[in-house]
Design a protein around this ligand. Structure first.
Ligand code: PBG
Length: 324
């Protein structure tokens, strides 16, 4: 009888051996929890398409902040839902808006968190686009000024990291200049460098009431048939002064995460977006998959592809499971 020369199975013979030789780890330190902060008071509103996720008013944030902290989550990404929308997204520059207020409240009560903010006007505009609109065009350069102003407002309120998600050309450079001119040289920029036009953002748009009212986002977000374009977007944002790069969505874009992490010496983040979360939750609720196991498997796969950090609505659930 002939024997195989190589037996990879030998290394899988016990849990201790498998743990010994594992190549990738997932830790709560790597997870970032996105939070939807709404205007108003005493509001905690469930989001139908994202079971377990809520919109919180600033006064209702402390519960989820304590839960996050106790689970070992140390980083948050804030999205704002303003009371009023208009064509120019002017509420994005309101210092009393939900995001600046939340930053203040978090810094006061939970000073250990790394606070990141989403910088984009789609939640603040009546048309729901990420840039200023003229006719049926999304205007690039006029949008840069409001994005830089929004980033400055968040940084002045105490955000540690600003994260532009709009995909306008040149916004990382415009934001870096505005921050530096205002002596905010320590504020980091996490650029949504590689953001595809994805149907997986559907539940998020329900959550934020931010879907485009006409057309789609294909003239600024990337076509999912592209690969080298991702490397170009990543390179440009590095040149413009980004401190960290993000790829989004995650699970259908592991090849892109892998390539961006190879060409860049910056930390890479990946966003496991709303649709990814909702698909796993829905299949789990039907008993078709084991939610916890698929959660850990997908998050670990995103790490294996090369992401240091993962933005995920599972952050608290995953961190609790990892600690237990
Ligand atoms: C835009 C923004 C979106 C998401 C994050 N930032 C929506 C979009 O581009 O349409 C999606 C996040 C998710 O789906 O979880 N401000």
């Amino acid at each position: 009888m002939s024997h195989p020369v190589e037996r990879p199975r030998r290394l899988r013979n016990s849990p201790a051996l498998r743990n010994l030789v594992r190549e990738v780890d997932l830790h709560p330190d790597n997870l970032i929890l996105p939070l939807f902060v709404t205007w108003g008071r005493d509001r905690k509103e469930p989001i139908a398409s994202m079971p377990g996720v809520f919109r919180h008013s600033v006064d209702r944030l402390p519960d989820i902040l304590s839960e996050s902290w106790e689970a070992g989550i140390r980083s948050l990404l804030l999205f704002g839902i303003p009371e009023r929308k208009d064509d120019n997204g002017s509420e994005a520059l309101n210092p009393d808006g939900p995001v600046p207020q939340a930053i203040g409240a978090i810094r006061e009560r939970f000073p250990g968190f790394v606070i990141m903010t989403d910088v984009c006007i789609d939640e603040y505009t009546t048309h729901g686009h990420c840039g200023l609109v003229s006719g049926d065009r999304i205007e690039n350069d006029p949008t840069l000024d409001i994005l830089a102003g929004m980033a400055l407002l968040h940084a002045q309120a105490g955000a540690h990291v600003v994260a532009p998600s709009d995909m306008m050309d040149g916004r990382v450079g415009a934001i870096r200049r505005r921050l530096d001119e205002n002596a905010l040289t320590d504020t980091l920029i996490l650029s949504y460098a590689v953001k595809y036009a994805s149907a997986l953002y559907g539940p998020f748009r329900d959550a934020m009431m931010s879907g485009p009212q006409f057309g789609d986002r294909c003239s600024y977000q990337m076509d999912f048939r592209g690969r080298r374009e991702a490397l170009r977007e990543a390179r440009l944002d590095m040149e413009e002064g980004a401190d960290m790069l993000m790829v989004k969505p995650a699970i259908a874009y592991l090849d892109i995460i892998s390539q961006v992490s190879e060409i860049s010496d910056l930390p890479v983040a990946a966003y496991q977006v709303s649709g990814e979360y909702s698909m796993i939750m829905a299949a789990g609720a039907n008993g078709w998959i084991d939610t916890d196991r698929v959660m850990i498997e997908t998050l670990t796969a995103i790490r294996r592809a090369g992401a240091q950090m993962i933005l995920t609505y599972f952050a608290i659930r995953a961190a609790r499971l990892l600690r237990s």
